[in-house]
Design a protein around this ligand. Structure first.
Ligand SMILES: Nc1ncnc2c1ncn2[C@@H]1O[C@H](COP(=O)(O)OP(=O)(O)OP(=O)(O)O)[C@@H](O)[C@H]1O
Ligand SMILES: O=P(O)(O)OC[C@@]1(O)O[C@H](CO)[C@@H](O)[C@@H]1O
Length: 313
């Protein structure tokens, strides 16, 4: 069985709620409440755990409010390789409006000093050699520069480990320079990378091909309810999940997709089967407020409805 780790450099508590409509400048009463230890890599690990896969988790945690994280790792038996640093892990606020998308308020968290970063780099390069797949997910904390991130990712990929990158903005741009083994930008992130709007699937595939050509073996572009497309050395495959009619929260949909991809790859599945499964896991994710697979039979039901289209290969 493949050994898998996820790394979240900028962990977060997610404060998740729902209301009809946000009135800017007014007092808004939020109808539901959830507070979850999260951050992209931790979300990926939670989903993999629910699929019965053993996972190690790493990155940074603020020592002042680490309690719920440490508890989660114990409960889920995740191998805790997090480095504790002075200060607090940030809290990110996610509000779903009944007839709109999620509004994210992502706060700034702890500051990483040079000594902490140097320790993390040395430790992670050491333990990473025991792993087959390492997913590096989310934004950079304050104190870690894009250049430092690229240099570390380059080293991480040198021992044959498959590096999966799921990030955005500066961390994505910097991470892409290290040519990870697999990346999963969404449609908007791909537009930002190429520097122009992409209006249809043809344009998205053309841009993704350009990204792949720089030396990335697997490029998966997620497109929200429209599904996703995966370019590998073998094929270009598109997946369309059934549209979720009752979207509760799209927070973590991308993370669930990454977990589903890693799961299929670690099982040795073919590209189409892996993408179909990842699509089902992510489509299921939008029907709930927390991240994870609470009902595997529902995922299997969705899987039956995923449409797969081999575009090339
Ligand atoms: N409304 C929906 N109905 C069905 N499936 C969905 C819906 N929204 C998202 N998905 C599934 O989730 C996948 C990832 O969604 P998306 O492209 O929004 O990722 P993302 O932007 O990385 O997400 P995140 O909000 O977690 O950062 C999609 O490719 C699709 O399979
Ligand atoms: O600021 P980042 O690291 O890019 O994203 C952080 C975050 O929005 O990503 C997850 C959902 O994908 C949430 O759990 C978390 O709050």
């Amino acid at each position: 069985m493949a050994k898998i780790a996820t790394i979240t450099l900028n962990t977060a508590y997610d404060l998740v709620g729902r209301l009809k409509r946000i009135e800017l400048g007014e007092v808004n009463t939020v109808e539901t409440l959830g507070l979850f230890p999260a951050g992209k890599g931790i979300n990926v690990a939670k989903v993999l755990h629910d699929l019965d896969v053993a996972v190690a988790v790493s990155g940074f945690l603020g020592e002042e409010n680490q309690g719920d994280f440490s508890q989660l790792f114990k409960t889920l038996k995740l191998d805790d390789k997090f480095q504790r640093v002075p200060g607090k892990t940030r809290i990110n606020v996610k509000i779903t409006e009944t007839e709109a998308d999620v509004t994210d308020l992502n706060f700034l968290g702890y500051q990483i000093d040079d000594a902490s970063w140097a320790k993390f780099v040395a430790d992670s390069l050491n333990w990473s050699q025991d792993f087959d797949v390492i997913a590096v997910c989310g934004s950079l904390p304050r104190g870690v520069s894009p250049e430092q991130f690229t240099a570390w990712l380059n080293q991480l990929g040198q021992h044959g480990v498959k590096v999966v990158l799921d990030s955005s903005h500066a961390a994505l741009t910097a991470g892409l320079k290290a040519n990870p083994w697999l990346v999963k930008p969404n449609h908007r992130e791909l537009e930002a990378w190429i520097g122009k709007p992409l209006h249809n699937l043809e344009q998205i595939i053309a841009a993704a091909k350009q990204l792949k050509a720089q030396g990335i073996a697997n490029v998966i572009i997620s497109m929200g309810a429209e599904g996703s497309v995966w370019l590998s050395d073998q094929a270009v495959v598109q997946a369309r999940p059934p549209k979720c009619e009752n979207v509760v929260s799209t927070v973590g949909a991308g993370d669930s997709m990454v977990a589903g991809l890693i799961y299929g790859i670690s099982q040795g599945w073919q590209q189409a089967q892996t993408l179909a499964f990842a699509s089902a896991v992510s489509a299921f994710a939008v029907s709930q407020s927390n991240v994870g697979i609470s009902d595997r039979t529902l995922v299997d039901d969705i899987l039956q409805q995923v449409q797969i289209n081999v575009i090339e290969g």
